[in-house]
Design a protein around this ligand. Structure first.
Ligand SMILES: O=C(O)C(=O)C[C@]1(C(=O)O)C=C[C@@H](O)C=C1
Length: 413
């Protein structure tokens, strides 16, 4: 069964005008960089004008039931919460007047439906992701989602304009789920934002921390407070998000349960702060990605980062080293490398008649590097990388977050 984004792609690939425009654009931008053009082309089908876009929306609306059934990890609860009908009507209204051409100044496009920018995040109000969403887009309307995948879907289905999702934390490491979702969905990274995460231990008013038998929170937050939890000697339980943990304690009047969450969550859900700054390291920072349906046009007048994902064509000694030399040779700094299993080809089996059968795991490599795709050296690096890659996808070229990190203050309040 088709997913909504597949349907949109299919509809658009029949549109000659769109293809022609995409080709024009490729003349200007490509300079040999096929990967980036592919990424801009994919923006073109989404921004190709009212008819096409509304067609996509209608198709998505019609297929809505199917999408819900098909996505095994998506709960129906959230989809109800977002009120499809009214939102689709709103979206459709705005599409008729969309000014479409991509422009060089298109760094943070305002919403096209005339209202505040809607930014999807995972969690409930008081979650760190909500804070990240409002740091990334100060005047936005933050839209809570139950799961990461729903935040992706909210943008794909035009229910939100952007999503802001955590990708890595200085103590807990990578948020693997979001790496996998970046590949499964067609959104583009349009920015990054980093926030200092200052955790508090919360409990019902009057409860002392010695009375707690268990502490609940997001798994990343539990991992970031390992020392405190070990000292307390309590049981740990993972829930969907930090603020949701606080809300759960209040809703169920749990006297023996604490939550790890922000000071803002304490305020919102009427809990006491039993301990403050309980993360293992005071410089606890989470990096979030800003995602949109369309990519931004890369620039060279400010520091940019580019994120890609690739799989090696041939797994042989030195293959990854050779692939990455494309960046080292051009003095391009790699800021992150992450490998994830290839779901569609998890195992490569090689018969060695003398010794038996060797089994190798196959990986996708996610790379962030410090350069803009508007720079020739980045285009050439990707050109060279393509020689070693059986698969290569551009995830986005976007401005680096150069703002100072809030010094793990209680800024979440
Ligand atoms: O639960 C939250 O408050 C979140 O925003 C999620 C999340 C995460 O996924 O890493 C975000 C930042 C913190 O590192 C802890 C949890």
């Amino acid at each position: 069964m088709l997913r909504s984004d597949d349907m949109a792609l299919q509809g658009c690939s029949n549109d000659g005008a769109v293809t022609a425009r995409a080709m024009d654009l490729s003349g200007v931008l490509s300079n040999g960089d096929l990967a980036y053009v592919a990424c801009v082309q994919s923006a073109e089908w989404q921004s190709a004008g009212p008819t096409l876009s509304s067609q996509c929306v209608r198709q998505a609306e019609k297929e809505n039931g199917m999408i819900v059934n098909q996505q095994d990890e998506i709960s129906n609860r959230k989809l109800e919460k977002l009120d499809y009908d009214s939102t689709f009507r709103e979206t459709f209204k705005g599409l008729v007047t969309l000014p479409k051409p991509l422009s060089i100044s298109d760094l943070a496009k305002p919403p096209t439906h005339g209202s505040r920018l809607k930014v999807a995040y995972q969690g409930v109000p008081g979650a760190y992701s909500e804070l990240a969403a409002t740091k990334a887009y100060p005047d936005c309307e933050a839209v809570p989602c139950d799961q990461f995948e729903e935040a992706f879907q909210a943008v794909e289905l035009w229910l939100s304009d952007r999503a802001v999702l955590p990708i890595e934390n200085s103590l807990g490491g990578s948020i693997h789920r979001n790496y996998d979702l970046l590949l499964r969905h067609r959104l583009h990274i349009v920015g990054e934002v980093q926030i200092g995460v200052h955790h508090c231990l919360l409990g019902l008013p009057g409860v002392k921390k010695e009375q707690l038998k268990r502490v609940i929170s997001h798994p990343q937050a539990l991992a970031q407070c390992e020392h405190t939890l070990s000292k307390l000697g309590v049981a740990r339980e993972a829930v969907d998000d930090t603020a949701g943990a606080a809300q759960y304690i209040t809703d169920n009047n749990l006297h023996d349960t604490g939550a790890i969450a922000s000071a803002r969550a304490a305020e919102l859900y009427g809990l006491d702060i039993l301990a403050d700054g309980i993360q293992d390291d005071s410089g606890n920072v989470t990096r979030f990605l800003m995602l949109a349906r369309e990519p931004i046009i890369p620039r060279t007048d400010r520091p940019f980062k580019t994120s890609i994902v690739f799989a090696l064509e041939m797994e042989q000694p030195g293959a990854l080293f050779k692939a990455l030399s494309a960046f080292a040779l051009r003095d391009i700094n790699l800021t992150k490398i992450e490998s994830r299993p290839q779901r569609n080809r998890p195992l490569r089996v090689v018969d060695d008649f003398n010794h038996g059968v060797a089994k190798y795991f196959a990986y996708m490599f996610y790379i962030d590097f410090e350069a803009s795709m508007a720079e020739r050296r980045a285009q050439n690096a990707l050109g060279q990388l393509q020689e070693f890659a059986g698969f290569l996808r551009m995830l986005g070229s976007y401005p680096m977050d150069m703002t100072p990190i809030d010094p793990a203050s209680r800024s979440a309040s």
